[in-house]
Design a protein around this ligand. Structure first.
Ligand code: MLT
Length: 209
């Protein structure tokens, strides 16, 4: 039993709708992405988690050695921690563990991507706003058509175009169905990107039942 991550749980109006797992960016918290979740799938249950690491008082999901340089050992440990939390939360709240869709921004998108890279049972799908390649040199599990939305900025200096393309090809190579949405901006999560994610989500998870 591992429920030792601060979180918000909000039951959903539609028990069949995917459970959204909301994962904030550096310096954020479990309240930041509730509005985004509401926009993406208002009828979904929501599990919004706060990262357990602090960097100068700013919550994160794993340590980094410098901007863009991850502490790999901590990343792997924290990925397992989040996985254990999701498994325990599914049992605690009576949620379908196989029907969870990650929605992460920046550091939160990176831990979601790391879970997808490392674990066979990660998510049904993922919305990754400005993710990086979480780790190199690992064999990804078979992703069996997992739908993944990547929101990226052509001027994003933290998650560059090249790195976005590298992540897309890693995920596609493992069998995911990846859609990349480009914004003419930097690292910020814009309204139009959030709306594109909501549109994609409806297409992937609602219209086909
Ligand atoms: C990270 O450390 O995960 C990335 O640099 C994104 C961020 O700044 O959170």
């Amino acid at each position: 039993m591992s429920m030792d991550m601060i979180h918000v749980y909000k039951p959903g109006a539609d028990p069949k709708a995917p459970v959204l797992v909301l994962l904030h960016g550096t310096g954020g918290n479990e309240h930041d992405l509730l509005g985004l979740g509401e926009l993406i799938s208002p009828e979904s249950a929501v599990l919004s988690v706060r990262g357990n690491v602090l960097e100068n008082g700013m919550p994160r999901f794993f340590r980094r050695l410098a901007e863009g340089v991850f502490d790999e050992q901590d990343l792997v440990f924290r990925t397992g921690e989040l996985k254990a939390f999701l498994d325990a939360a599914a049992a605690e709240y009576g949620l379908d563990r196989e029907n969870m869709v990650a929605v992460g921004y920046s550091n939160g998108a990176n831990i979601a991507a790391s879970l997808i890279f490392h674990e066979q049972e990660s998510f049904r799908g993922a919305v990754l706003h400005h993710p990086m390649v979480p780790r190199r040199g690992v064999q990804l599990p078979e992703l069996n058509g997992m739908p993944v939305f990547i929101g990226a900025g052509i001027n994003d200096r933290i998650c560059t175009k090249e790195e976005t393309e590298e992540l897309r090809s890693q995920l596609s190579g493992a069998g995911a169905e990846v859609e990349v949405h480009w914004e003419d901006h930097g690292h910020q999560l814009t309204r139009t990107e959030a709306e594109a994610a909501a549109h994609w989500f409806r297409r992937e998870f609602q219209e086909n039942g």
